[in-house]
Design a protein around this ligand. Structure first.
Ligand code: PEP
Ligand code: MG
Length: 584
């Protein structure tokens, strides 16, 4: 029978079936599994084998000590061998396995904690210090038990059908992922619109995030199913479940093939409303997908990704090259560059620890987004100059993140003017990009008409708008059940923003995860949204829904949903909306 099913959040891209590869930061994070009676002898043998392997490794090291090594080295290795063969490490963990009916790693961990305590109580300084040696021996045995390195080391040593199970997914990890053959992944951390989820989606492999303590419950190499559609992780599936998932996987793949035929089809509703479908990207590598899927342009370049994973911020010239490269690769399609949106979960290494936004009591309400850019004017204007210079190469727009009020927009425009003047003084050519702001804070949503008088366009950041409207941290999986995009309060704000922009004749797009979620396509069309900017993964699925929708009729059909003020009813009303069969 199937061992375990855990629920998290779907990060998309279908279903993967494969073997688990656990990414651990250190061996103190061991799996903790209760065993069936019958599995205990095998587990004891597994432990004995790991001890034997450890002994061979230590003996090998001792007989290969280099000439010039310090003389104590041999003595230390001998000490380790002695500790290893002592009953406290070679026998007592087996007793724990048998008595507590648990896996070897867990038993060894319990034993090493007991021993560590005993060492701490020893009076003799020298002997007390031997605790470190004991822990090193334990570490070796754990590594042999877990059977893998403790770091993300994927250079070609993996099997084909690998599913990564990690605590979290950082931007740095995804760079490793991009050139590996990984079937799927799952993480303990992350809410539905956390950056873990956004990065996950951009990898375009089946993924589930926010699983809580999943990693502790999975063994290296165990068969797992990642269901990125429903957000489920199945551990050690039985034959029946496996067969069902294989079927579902085949269905998903054939749906994808059908969608692929829509690449060149115009995104048009049945009453001939043209819908603009844009892509969210992080780097120039993502542009391949923009062309392949026939996106109309880029509606959100999250420029802060260029600022992460490095020791110093990029110079003006480096940024200029980066933006220019993207503009050229887009071959005439437009590019909207969002100025750096750092803070909260995106903290560059090169920030001093005092200015690190996470040092704030409440980072999401602290020095983030445009506030941080205003606090670091040199950094901000360097970026603005780089974008302005790059803008001579093609259609470019600039967008400011996390604007809360008109004064912040005005202040940003002053920085932009200064940047232009600096370029003029340097005799440097620059373009004249449209200027917009993101609407992702309720105060901006409610005062959007004044913002629109000073901006050429706006883009709704629904990820943050939902977080701030509902007071639910988008990165905290303990409250993510409260993160409801279709909450009536959110819908009222969306309706107000879109209606106001349409009335004033200014372009409005939505670039949060809602834009790429097929659940919300009809709702957004009904609200009058005509530009969607999304992760390209779902672009064709969204187009498919647009083709099957009638924008004018939708304006009426969303009315019940818009009148509803009970969040518990939203889901059912949305479902009804999505089930309507429109015809020309
Ligand atoms: C948003 O908040 O919806 C958005 C698009 O920006 P980010 O997800 O990068 O905060
Ligand atoms: Mg945002």
């Amino acid at each position: 029978i199937t061992r375990l099913v855990i629920h998290g959040y779907p990060a998309g891209s279908g279903i993967a079936i494969g073997r688990a590869h656990l990414i651990r930061r250190n061996t103190s994070e061991v799996p903790q599994i209760s065993l069936a009676e019958g599995d205990i002898p095998a587990e004891a043998t597994r432990f004995e084998t790991a001890v034997k392997t450890t002994r061979k490794q230590l003996e090998h090291i001792r007989s290969n000590i280099p000439e010039n090594a310090p003389t104590e080295l041999g003595a230390f290795i001998s000490l380790h061998l002695m500790l290893l063969t002592d009953a406290t490490l070679s026998r007592e963990p087996i007793d724990i396995i048998e008595q507590q009916q648990i896996n070897a790693e867990w038993a060894l961990k319990i034993q090493s904690e007991r021993l560590a305590q005993q060492f701490d109580e020893i009076d003799d300084e020298y002997l007390r210090q031997r605790k470190q040696d004991m822990l090193q021996v334990v570490e070796r045995i754990q590594k042999n038990l877990i059977g893998q390195s403790t770091e993300l080391n994927l250079d070609g040593t993996l099997l084909d059908d690998i599913i990564l199970i990690a605590h979290d997914l950082s931007a740095a990890d995804t760079i490793h992922f991009k050139d590996q053959r990984i079937e799927g992944f799952a993480t303990d951390m992350g809410g539905p619109t956390s950056h873990t989820a956004i990065l996950g989606r951009s990898l375009n492999i089946p993924s589930v995030i926010g699983l809580g303590a999943a990693r502790r419950l999975i063994r290296e190499h165990e068969w797992v199913i990642v269901d990125g559609i429903s957000g489920t992780l199945v551990i050690a599936p039985d034959e029946l479940i496996l067969a069902q998932y294989r079927q579902q996987q085949a269905r998903y793949r054939s749906q994808q093939r059908a969608l692929n035929k829509l690449k060149k089809t115009a995104a048009q509703t049945q009453d001939n409303e043209e819908i603009e479908l844009l892509a969210n990207i992080e780097s120039s590598e993502d542009i391949k997908a923009v062309h392949q899927l026939g996106a109309d342009g880029v509606g959100l370049l999250r420029s802060e990704f260029l600022f992460l994973n490095r020791d110093t911020p990029p110079s003006e010239d480096e940024q200029y090259q980066f933006y220019t490269d993207i503009i050229k690769k887009l071959k005439g399609k437009s590019l909207t560059i969002r100025t750096i949106d750092l803070g909260v979960d995106k903290n560059p290494r090169w920030f001093g620890s005092n200015s690190t936004p996470n040092a704030a009591l409440n980072p999401a309400l602290g020095l983030t987004g445009i506030r941080l850019s205003h606090a670091e004017p040199i950094l901000f204007r360097t970026q603005l100059r780089a974008i302005l210079r790059a803008a001579v190469h093609g259609k470019t727009k600039i967008m400011f993140p996390m604007i809360a009020s008109l004064s912040e927009l005005k202040q940003s425009l002053i920085h932009l003017d200064t940047a232009k003047k600096q370029l003029t003084e340097r005799n440097e050519a620059y373009g004249s990009p449209d200027i917009g702001c993101m609407i992702e804070i309720p105060s901006a949503a409610l005062t959007v008409s004044s913002l629109l008088k000073h901006a050429d366009f706006i883009s709704i950041g629904s990820n943050d708008l939902i977080q701030y409207t509902l007071s639910v941290d988008r990165n905290d999986d303990s409250v993510s059940y409260l993160y409801q995009p279709a909450h009536p309060a959110v819908l009222k704000l969306l309706a107000h923003i879109i209606r106001t922009a349409n009335r004033l004749g200014k372009p409005v797009s939505l670039c949060g995860e809602m834009a790429g979620d097929p659940h919300f396509t009809r709702l957004l069309l009904g609200l009058g949204l005509r530009t969607f900017s999304m992760n390209t993964v779902n672009l064709l699925a969204i187009k498919d829904i647009i083709l099957r929708s009638h924008s004018e009729q939708l304006e009426n059909d969303i009315q019940r949903l818009m009148r509803n003020e009970d969040p518990d009813k939203s889901e059912a009303l949305l479902k009804k909306l999505n089930a309507i069969a429109y015809s020309e």
